[in-house]
Design a protein around this ligand. Structure first.
Ligand SMILES: [Zn+2]
Length: 61
């Protein structure tokens, strides 16, 4: 999605702040967490999440 214009579904803003988030994944065994890219709309603060693969526990790079 690099190079593609991202549009906020709430306010149709096109400016985003990028951040990285790790989401805990729970099951019978907690093996890995989701590594997620968060795009935060600078206009209305709506957050969109994009999966970037898995990571082991709270490993943020
Ligand atoms: Zn917005």
């Amino acid at each position: 999605m690099e190079g593609r214009a991202l549009k906020c579904p709430v306010c149709e803003g096109t400016e985003f702040k990028q951040d990285k988030v790790v989401l805990a994944k729970y099951g019978v065994f907690r093996v890995s967490d989701y590594k997620v890219k968060a795009m935060i709309c600078t206009e209305c603060k709506h957050i969109m999440l994009f999966e970037e693969g898995s990571t082991f526990f709270l490993g943020v790079d």
